[in-house]
Design a protein around this ligand. Structure first.
Ligand code: GLN
Length: 187
């Protein structure tokens, strides 16, 4: 679990409920010890800066390219995207996921909302919480769209080892998306 900024504890709680062994990652050494990583929601510009400051940005980018399973939620989705619209000038992105995201696409904090989403591979809808969330405006040919918001923009996508949600699967007690992610992690 990347633990530099953002909503870390709720993800750790969900992983704990699923019986995963967890480690809070703040250094390159800790990163080297994990078999999968969650990038939390928070502020993508801040997390990007802290990744560089803590010497984790380059090694993480390399591990992503080598196939490390990563789940990014909200700010984490932005960091995994190859391209961001409405980002800060020069905002650092880890990339790897062939998508273009629009940051704060639904509006400001007051435009946060909840909705029940149909997610590919899950029989019952997921109650999704969107907080200053991005949406996806372009998906590359190798990207699977697992869910769309009411307006039709993708909000849950997967490409090989990378899995991203515009919403917060860690809020609430529905662990199905974490379980889907853990299925791709050997631990
Ligand atoms: N708007 C935030 C950003 O740009 C993301 C919000 C969130 O992670 N809840 O990083």
């Amino acid at each position: 679990m990347l633990a530099l900024q953002g909503g870390v504890s709720e993800h750790l709680t969900a992983l704990g409920r699923l019986g995963a062994r967890t480690l809070e990652v703040r250094t390159a050494q800790q990163l080297a010890a994990v078999d999968g990583l969650i990038l939390p929601g928070g502020e993508s510009t801040t997390i990007g800066r802290l990744l560089t400051l803590f010497g984790v940005f380059d090694p993480l980018q390399q591990r992503i390219q080598e196939g490390l399973p990563v789940l990014g939620s909200c700010a984490g989705m932005i960091l995994l995207a190859d391209e961001v619209l409405d980002g800060q000038p020069g905002q650092p992105l880890l990339g790897g996921l062939d998508i273009t995201v629009r940051r704060n696409a639904f509006g400001s904090q007051v435009a946060s909302f909840e909705d029940d989403l149909t997610v590919e591979g899950l029989s019952e809808p997921v109650h999704a919480v969107f907080i200053r969330a991005p949406w996806v405006e372009r998906v590359g040919a190798d990207v699977e769209v697992l869910a769309r918001e009411a307006g039709g923009h993708p909000v849950c996508v997967r490409q090989k080892n990378l899995f991203a949600t515009a919403f917060h699967p860690e809020l609430g007690h529905d662990d199905r998306l974490h379980r889907l992610f853990l299925d791709s992690v050997r631990f």
